[in-house]
Design a binder for this molecule. Structure first.
Ligand code: BES
Ligand code: MN
Ligand code: ZN
Length: 476
């Protein structure tokens, strides 16, 4: 979907169009801002009770009564987690017009403020007859407008894919979206589809997806200079999760169009890497299937072979994501990547643990917890480290197979990650259990589909993250 950009250069402002100054203010900076306003504006702000509380917005009148400025309250610095992303709150309230950030709290960077703005302008318009105008933020000359736009567009791409209902975002449509992205960046796309999955040894992807109307598939995108360090980015692409024979109830199924959220995240991160032409050899793998119910559906108690050679007893057909990812991760290891990163809407338990805002992540190289967390927080895109607690592997024990696919009710996000770890073959690997959805509107995060951790990971990769020694001693 093409959408109009939320930011532009001064030279792109149409002649005669006014650019409205925005003042993002903390209570401690309020007096200084008001001193710079006209007497009428200052009185107007006071009369409207503007105290720079988080989320307060006052449109200031000019002499003709038209809007001549905007005050955006940000609250005190020590209580502010949204920071620059708060600009998205303002952007989401405006339709059209041109704005510039005239003053901001001293702890803000202009780049993140512009990204926050762009994230807040997002709307899912595919099924709407009328689409509202996007307000445009005019960027200072020295700001990297490309970087801002790439981050905003990658997030919008991921959100669009997740928001699109399963009826229009089945395996074929998700495959086509990956093809579009590959075409846009000169990447190579290949796919293994349907029964070919059996011939080419992806038995778990096939088993999960074989009952659906559209064929399951492994889609692979390759991009970049083969001499650069190789990064595998893997995504869970369950285009709808009914739960299979262990079927979900009404409330459990309601949002399961988002179960391809991991693939959307993988494509968003790939988009940013390719747009910035990072010195990385990118291998993006999407494990795509619809977890449907039919006469040929896989069953509880079935024992599946897997690409990695482990046999898996199906304890629960609703623990399908780890199966398709297991085969995709095994494939990723075969190209000898420096690092593998996977994204998946893998467990409800991750949400019970950390809620919808904070994706837990796991890695078999725990010395990466700290640099990755720091970069994500720095981009206002927080994640939280979780343990691959090895003793819990016993919960996945099967008496008749190498493993079973569900570990019961304790530590569900941990046992799911431990399951995946078996397919990473001890190579450097990170796993993000994302929710892919924002249940209530927050600054820069409209209600509905959302992308997490991607901007933060991109920042870590752009800073040379793949050059980190990956073989630190494991101190768990
Ligand atoms: N796609 C779901 C996980 C999910 C559910 C993510 C709700 C976000 C919100 C996944 O396939 C699933 O059903 N997981 C089960 C695993 C269980 C059967 C071991 C879960 O989390 O309940
Ligand atoms: Mn499931
Ligand atoms: Zn699922």
């Amino acid at each position: 979907m093409t959408r109009s950009p939320a930011t532009c250069r001064p030279a792109d402002v149409p002649d005669g169009e006014t650019v409205v100054p925005v003042h993002a203010v903390r209570p401690e900076g309020l007096d200084a801002i008001r001193a710079g306003l006209t007497e009428v504006q200052s009185a107007f702000a006071e009369a409207n009770g503007f105290a720079a509380e988080p989320g307060q917005i006052v449109m200031l009148p000019g002499e003709t009564g038209k809007v001549a400025g905007v005050l955006l309250g940000c609250g005190p610095a020590d209580a502010d987690h949204d920071r620059e992303i708060r600009m998205g709150h303002l952007a989401s309230r405006l339709t059209g017009g041109h704005y510039r950030l005239a003053s901001a709290p001293s702890d803000w960077t202009d780049r993140l403020a512009a990204i926050g703005w762009g994230l807040g302008t997002y709307r899912f318009t595919r099924y709407l007859k009328e689409t509202p105008d996007v307000p445009v933020l005019v960027l200072d000359g020295d700001l990297d407008a490309r970087a801002v736009r790439d981050a905003v567009e990658a997030t919008a791409l991921g959100r669009d894919l997740i928001n699109t209902p399963a009826g229009d975002m089945g395996p074929e449509a998700l495959h086509a979206a990956a093809q579009d992205l590959a075409d846009a960046h000169g990447a190579t796309l290949s796919a293994v589809i349907g029964t070919e999955l059996l011939d080419r040894n992806y038995p778990m992807i096939h088993a999960v997806g074989r009952a659906a109307h559209e064929d399951p598939r492994l889609v692979e995108l390759e991009w970049g200079d083969p001499d650069h360090p190789r990064l595998a980015v893997v995504g869970k692409g369950i285009t709808f999760d009914t739960g299979g024979v262990n079927m979900k109830g009404a409330s459990g199924a309601r949002l399961m169009k988002k179960d391809m959220g991991g693939a959307a995240h993988a494509l968003a991160l790939s988009a940013m890497i390719m747009a910035a032409r990072l010195p990385i050899r990118l291998h993006c793998l999407l494990a795509i299937a619809e977890n449907a119910v039919s006469a040929n559906a896989y069953r509880p108690g079935d024992i599946l072979p897997s690409r990695a050679g482990l046999s898996v007893e199906i304890d629960n057909t609703d623990a399908e994501g780890r199966l398709v990812l297991g085969d995709a991760l095994a494939k990723a290891t075969e190209s000898d990547p420096v690092l593998m990163i996977d994204f998946a809407t893998l467990t409800g338990a991750a949400r019970v643990a950390l809620g919808p805002q904070l994706p837990p992540f796991f890695t078999n190289r725990p010395h990466l917890h700290d640099p990755v967390s720091r970069h994500c927080l720095g981009e206002r895109d927080p994640v939280w480290p979780m343990p691959l607690w090895q003793p819990y592997h016993s919960m996945l024990r099967s008496p008749i197979a190498d493993m079973k696919n569900s570990g019961g009710s304790f530590a569900g996000a941990v046992t799911a990650a431990l399951f995946l770890e078996k397919f990473a073959d001890d190579r450097p690997w990170m796993h993000f259990d994302v929710y892919g959805w924002n249940p209530t509107v927050r600054p820069g995060h409209p209600k509905g589909a959302d992308i997490y951790a991607v901007r933060g990971l991109f920042a870590w990769l752009a800073s040379g993250g793949l050059n980190t020694p990956m073989e630190q001693p494991d101190t768990r």
